[in-house]
Design a protein around this ligand. Structure first.
Ligand SMILES: Nc1ncnc2c1ncn2[C@@H]1O[C@H](COP(=O)(O)OP(=O)(O)O)[C@@H](O)[C@H]1O
Ligand SMILES: [Mg+2]
Length: 249
């Protein structure tokens, strides 16, 4: 599905550059729910923005179902972003003037594919995520958890290969955060969605199949949930983060 190999990215810093990604390699399998953790400044958002094709990589390869993303430009790039990738942002980014259902249809409208089939899919997504009853409401009239479930449904409208999410639970209380994670689990179970989520929250990460921990721009460790209970996996994640802290000290 997604294969990242030896990815490098630096930002200009005055007359020099600051290398943020120093050779990241990772894979995400079809239908897998993977989290990226790591301290603030470790490069999580930069990695996500490179995979999103929002930032150009300096070196390395990002392949999605075999297709190289780092060489895409112009219309081909826009098509991949609109049709192959789905995005969930921390601040939802719902349009206030559109209803829940219209917001969900927005990527299809932008892609010129808002036909009866897309409308039927929007209704199915509303049913899966338990927002059918509020489909005609506007964002100002719904809760934070409902907004984020709307955002997850919107990310799925064009049947993307991969959902990318940067701190999707970052601004939410624990109940709403749980609702967002549940919507990812439902997307995986009902639609076979593949999800790549950046989070600093070990609770959110503990629902994933696998967690990639970054430090200083490289993959420090990868942990699989395997058959562990969620709480046991969260304990293992917290142990790893403490161990990383001791190594760094
Ligand atoms: N647009 C930018 N220009 C310059 N430096 C940046 C930019 N974006 C991020 N950085 C720097 O890159 C490093 C990694 O940032 P980021 O990828 O946002 O980390 P994280 O999401 O893990 O907190 C930080 O030191 C940050 O200050
Ligand atoms: Mg970040």
């Amino acid at each position: 599905m997604l294969t990242v190999q030896n990815l490098h990215k630096a930002y200009p810093m005055g007359k020099t550059t600051c290398e943020v990604l120093k050779g990241i390699s990772l894979e995400v399998g079809d239908g897998e729910f993977v989290a990226v953790m790591g301290p603030s400044g470790s490069g999580k958002t930069t990695l996500l923005n490179c995979i999103s094709c929002y930032l150009p990589a300096d070196a390395g390869s990002i392949r999605l179902n075999g297709g190289e993303l780092t060489r895409l430009r112009g219309d081909a790039l826009a098509a991949v972003r609109n049709r192959r990738l789905g995005f969930v942002f921390q601040d939802f980014l719902l349009l206030d003037g559109l209803t829940v259902r219209e917001n969900i249809l927005l990527p299809a409208i932008i892609g010129g594919t808002a036909d009866a089939q897309a409308e039927a899919r929007a209704d199915r997504l509303c049913a899966i995520f338990g927002i059918a009853a509020i489909a005609q409401k506007y964002p100002a009239e719904i809760s934070g958890g409902e907004k984020q479930r709307t955002a997850v449904a919107r990310a799925l409208i064009n049947e993307p290969l991969l959902i990318l999410a940067d701190e999707p639970t970052g601004n939410l209380d624990s109940k709403s955060a749980r609702a967002v994670i549940r919507s990812f689990e439902q997307a995986k179970a009902a639609l076979g969605a593949t999800i790549f989520m950046v989070t600093h929250d070990s609770y959110a990460a503990s629902f994933c199949d696998r967690v990639v921990i970054l430090r200083d721009g490289v993959v420090w460790r990868t942990l699989g949930r395997e058959r562990r209970e969620r709480a046991a996996f969260q304990d293992a994640l917290l142990d790893s983060i403490r161990e990383m802290g001791r190594e760094g000290a």
